[in-house]
Design a protein around this ligand. Structure first.
Ligand code: ATR
Length: 279
């Protein structure tokens, strides 16, 4: 029987995960089925039970179910425990379910593919919600010179700082204090502000010479944050399309122990996005 995988979310209609995983399967010669499933809020457990009882091998889990998946997994990888959220469930040979989180490593790998250095850099994260928490451990493992988290609600940044203190120093700040800081080499937007076309209030002198700006969101047009980055002299800019494909590649690896090539898939998806923009 063909191994079966799926992504659960709500909404799910526009999920690119089936496309990405089918590309990976084709590229690596793996035979598998991958579908998307809209799950009603409050019904994650029921839907996951049915999926795995029917022989399912693994799930990707997206908004709003990453916390449900965290609670559902019988065992968690250290990075999922740190992230406090699960985006990948994998049926193990002994029948138990492993919960993993591949978002952070997906982002770090994307930065490597872009030729960006994290080690030794002054890193600023914008936002202190699930998206930022999800990437902190893999990011800190790259040994940046410093990590600062700016958030509208400062105490959430303080909580993250405390929660990750054993991995290194994280300085929590409010946006109003950013102008007193030395400029940053790498600024990562993990707020959901772009969704509403907004931008956190950033000072004009935020970026160091040669700085790179990364938005975890992606879109056909530059996001508000990346437009700001361009007008403030960021030398390098990238949106989260590579992170999306990167987290999928790591999930594929967790399930199949085969690591697919991400670049051809990112290139094809970027092409489709640009074509839609032009249409
Ligand atoms: P996610 O799981 O996507 O991170 P979340 O946990 O709701 O979602 O977190 C959203 C983040 O975006 C938070 O850091 C939020 O700031 P607050 O904690 O102060 O609410 C941030 N955010 C959302 N809209 C924003 C805006 N317009 N300007 C600045 N920050 C914003």
């Amino acid at each position: 029987m063909t191994d079966s995988y799926a992504v659960f979310g709500n909404p799910i209609a526009h999920s690119k995960s089936p496309y990405i995983h089918r590309q990976f399967a084709e590229q690596t010669g793996q035979e598998l089925a991958y579908t998307k499933q809209q799950v009603n809020e409050g019904e994650f457990e029921q839907a996951a039970d049915a999926f795995f009882a029917g022989g399912g091998k693994g799930l990707n889990v997206t908004v709003p179910f990453k916390l449900d998946a965290y609670g559902y997994a019988a065992r968690l990888t250290p990075r999922a425990r740190r992230a406090g959220a699960v985006n990948t469930l994998a049926k193990q040979p002994d029948g138990t379910l492993l919960g993993d989180n591949t978002d952070g490593i997906g982002m770090v790998n994307d930065m490597h593919n872009l030729g960006w250095e994290i080690a030794g850099k002054r890193v600023l994260l914008l936002g202190a919600g699930g998206a930022v928490r999800g990437v902190l451990q893999p990011l800190m493992e790259q040994e940046p010179a410093s990590v600062t988290i700016a958030n509208r609600t400062v105490h959430k940044a303080e909580q993250l700082s405390k929660g990750f203190a054993d991995l290194g120093v994280i300085e929590p700040v409010g946006y109003e204090n950013l102008s007193q800081k030395e400029p940053f080499d790498l600024v990562i937007n993990g707020t959901s502000a772009s969704l509403s076309g907004e931008l956190p209030p950033l000072p004009d002198d935020l970026l160091a010479e040669g700085a790179a700006c990364y938005d975890m969101m992606y879109a056909a047009e530059p996001t508000p944050f990346l437009a700001w980055a361009e007008s403030h002299g960021a030398e390098q800019r990238a949106d989260g399309l590579g992170m999306l494909v990167g987290q999928a590649a790591e999930s594929f690896y967790v399930w199949r122990q085969v690591r697919p090539e991400v670049i051809p898939v990112i290139t094809a998806m970027r092409h489709t996005l640009s074509a839609k923009k032009g249409a």
